[in-house]
Design a protein around this ligand. Sequence first.
Ligand code: RIB
Length: 306
Amino acid sequence: MKKIAIIGSINMDIVSSVMQFPEPGETVKGLEFRTCPGGKGANQAVAAKRLGADVVMFGKVGDDIYGKQALQVLENSGVDIRHVETCQGVNTGIAVIHVNKEGENYIVIQEGANKHVDIDYIKKIQPFLDTCGLVLLQLEIPMETVKRAAQYCAEQGIEVILDPAPAAPCDGQLLRCTDFITPNEGELKKIACEDDMEKGARKLLDAGVKNVIKKAGAKGCYFINRDRMDYIAGFKVKAADTTGAGDSFNAGFAVARAKGYEDRKALEYANAVGALAVTKMGAQDSMPTHKEVELFMNDLKRGRGI
Ligand code: RIB
């Protein structure tokens, strides 16, 4: 199996559960409060490791207690954190998250150390990237860094999966280095400046992306490239918390690719990982193991559901 590199954010999530989100200017009482490690990069690293991959995390934390806790959880999960750096005098990335009773969320991130994942850092980690067969990138570190990382990996023949979240304009240089881009509906609209899904996906293909995977939440996902368009149905589950749903999907897809699954099978696997992740609270805490995913898929095949 190919080794997976994740270059991205490491956060501490400050999570508050509420019955209903407040309106602007309104105060509501919360139900529950907790802090738990997050960040799209770190979430994807933990998820990929639980699914059985060999995972190296690249990123930065601040010199505070949150950074120590976030790294401890990554290390306990078995993720290689030897190349994660600690920035002095900087706070670890923070995400303030509100989750309502439907499991929907609002997230505000304060970048902290994630902002310091710069091009010099990418130059430094190049020899270690060379040992990986696949890289997973998101947009919670500076765009210039993502571009440089994608360009280097493409030059070295390392497969590039780009999770374009949070959505931001992606220029042609980045898109040309991307093997798979995995936006949800809102992200695709923003990045392609196009409301129609198929037209939006074609715009990204014209800009140089090789394959577009449009995530559609519980409905599953669409796979679009120059030769074909395919719909892969999702799994129906009761959502407790959708935080990290996209991260679990991306990790599931990356692990399936690293194992050499063909596209459709890889996306079915990713849908199952995403479905299981939303049945539990939290981001990293909710990531399923490979065994759990297999059982879930087999149960469904036997028509029992969960
Ligand atoms: O994708 C979910 C993640 O987004 C959270 O863990 C939070 O840290 C933000 O980065």
